[in-house]
Design a protein around this ligand. Structure first.
Ligand SMILES: Cc1cc2nc3c(=O)[nH]c(=O)nc-3n(C[C@H](O)[C@H](O)[C@H](O)COP(=O)(O)O)c2cc1C
Length: 223
């Protein structure tokens, strides 16, 4: 098993996968590990909905059709519309670095960038997708708990040699996901995680996102 700090350091979002099947047992073990995540007063707000095979394909087709038609997204948790400047700058760096990894011009005619965007709705070709949800009557703190759960899940996937990418884009159409997977209207669909064995030859998987320097965000007192 991978050493803990190596696991954290080498995890990345994978956006291309081999067709290899991911077993239900493996996914269950990964969810069991993530289930040890901390939560506010141990409320454990997370629910997961995992789809593979024909159900995943049918769902992807519906989501992609809506995205291709530019159907406005209506996410259960509104997407952010603006960020403080430093954060907006980091998002732009991410966008251009990712485009460059694919030899795309982020400021070009937009066609290839759009294909890249639409790939979100095919779950980047992953053999399986997992949605993280929580009760509608949530506390904002529950979103924090879902983040902790998702990070545990992503690290456990990586430790198992699997790859995943957390995605907001597919949950822009939560009603479709609820309907296709028979999820109650009382459950919010907060995030998608596309999962599979990473295709290490794919150019996009060689992209490594950057991080701000620790001395720009750690504030020390009394040392
Ligand atoms: C809440 C959240 C939403 C995200 N949404 C998307 C998305 O819709 N599509 C996508 O390709 N990546 C998405 N990502 C992945 C981020 O772009 C990625 O985590 C970030 O650039 C850092 O890169 P890394 O995960 O490779 O370290 C999302 C990540 C998070 C945490």
């Amino acid at each position: 098993m991978m050493e803990f700090f190596d696991c954290i350091e080498t995890r990345r979002s994978y956006r291309a996968f081999t067709p290899e099947h991911v077993s239900q047992e493996t996914l269950e073990n990964i969810c069991k590990a993530a289930n040890r995540s901390p939560s506010y007063m141990n409320t454990q707000p997370w629910e997961v909905f995992v789809a593979a095979g024909a159900q995943k394909t049918a769902l992807a087709a519906q989501l992609r059709e809506l995205a291709e038609a530019d159907e406005p997204a209506r996410p259960d948790l509104p997407f952010p519309t603006n960020f403080p400047k430093a954060m907006a700058d980091r998002a732009e760096t991410h966008r251009t670095d990712r485009a460059e990894a694919l030899d795309l011009d982020p400021h070009g005619d937009g066609k290839q960038m759009r294909m890249n965007f639409l790939a979100n709705f095919d779950f980047y070709g992953a053999p399986c997708v997992l949605f993280v949800g929580m009760p509608k009557s949530f506390s904002p703190w529950s979103v924090f708990d879902l983040g902790a759960f998702t990070n545990g899940l992503l690290l456990a996937l990586h430790a198992e040699g699997l790859g995943g990418v957390p995605q907001a884009m597919p949950v822009g159409y939560p009603d479709v996901i609820r309907r296709e997977l028979g999820v109650s209207d009382d459950t919010l669909i907060v995030l998608a995680v596309s999962i599979g064995y990473p295709d290490h030859d794919a150019a996009i998987n060689r992209y490594r996102s950057t991080r701000k320097a620790p001395d720009t965000f750690i504030h020390w007192y009394g040392f």
